[in-house]
Ligand binder design. Structure first.
Ligand code: SAH
Length: 250
């Protein structure tokens, strides 16, 4: 996380402290009708912010895959974060999701989804379900998504959110992503959203021939590596610098 992101996270924490008590008090004064009106205004406002997010943060920065752009244009990111953060859901930054974990910045979700070169018939493995947002974006562009989360509470909450949104092609399990998910291997693409210090061998083994893995690698200084597996070799390309939470060992 760079200095700007650290400041933003701290700033966001300030919002939490300052605004949260006020919001709760104000809502208790509203009649159900006013609450309903507020709800539809909120939804419209989120839609406007989502369109702006896609145009300025994602398309504007060079993401061209129309299927990724379409998925992110309709994905209600605010439904993946807890109440105090909803108003910041479409901002150009990661956000806390509890248990010291974060939902990635929208651009990074788009970047990784595009880099994985996913086809509609693909089977994809994600490591680090978190709140389920990246899994949902993958669920829109792939046929089937398997996602592993090491923190049981996050896995459970992600399952609930994904079920509420109607995703039937995404399966979440609580487990250690270092091992991958052998049962459904090989995967046409693997996206890892927590950073290991080196690429776990089981994930390379579980990638299909001609498949792509997109993974942040490193400790403090990390780069997204795009790994391609061919019949006879593994090609690794270091791309943009990033700051992901570390991949935890069980
Ligand atoms: N893709 C997520 C963001 C992930 S944050 C989203 O869209 O919200 C990284 C997540 O990886 C955290 O939830 C963290 O608990 C999880 N994680 C860390 N180490 C892991 C491991 N070894 N196996 C599986 N998940 C892991």
């Amino acid at each position: 996380m760079n200095i700007a992101l650290v400041s933003l996270t701290l700033l966001s924490c300030c919002f939490l402290v300052i605004y949260l008590p006020g919001c709760v008090e104000e809502k208790s004064l509203h009649s159900p009708k006013i609450l309903l009106e507020n709800l539809s205004t909120d939804i419209e406002q989120f839609e406007i912010e989502r369109k702006q997010m896609v145009e300025s943060q994602i398309r504007g920065r060079g993401i061209q895959d129309e299927r990724v752009l379409a998925a992110m244009s309709q994905m209600p990111r605010h439904q993946f974060v807890n109440a105090p953060w909803k108003d910041l859901a479409y901002g150009d930054h990661p956000l806390p999701i509890g248990h010291q974990q974060t939902i990635s910045q929208p651009y990074i979700v788009a970047y990784m989804s595009e880099a994985a070169e996913i086809d509609p018939k693909d089977k994809v493995l994600e490591i680090g379900t978190g709140c389920g947002y990246q899994a949902a974006v993958l669920g829109e562009i792939a046929q089937k998504v398997y996602s592993i989360e090491i923190i049981p509470e996050l896995a459970q909450r992600a399952r609930q959110t994904l079920a509420q949104l109607g995703y039937k092609n995404i399966q979440v399990k609580t487990g250690d992503g270092y091992e991958g998910w052998t049962e459904y291997a090989p995967y046409d693409a693997i996206i890892v959203t927590a950073a290991p210090e080196k690429i776990p061998q089981p994930l390379i083994d579980q990638l299909a021939i001609n498949g792509k893995m997109v993974i942040p690698v490193g400790s403090w200084l990390q780069k997204i590596v795009v790994l391609t597996k061919t019949e006879d070799r593994i090609i690794k390309e270091e791309t943009i610098p990033v700051r992901f939470v570390p991949m935890i060992r069980s």
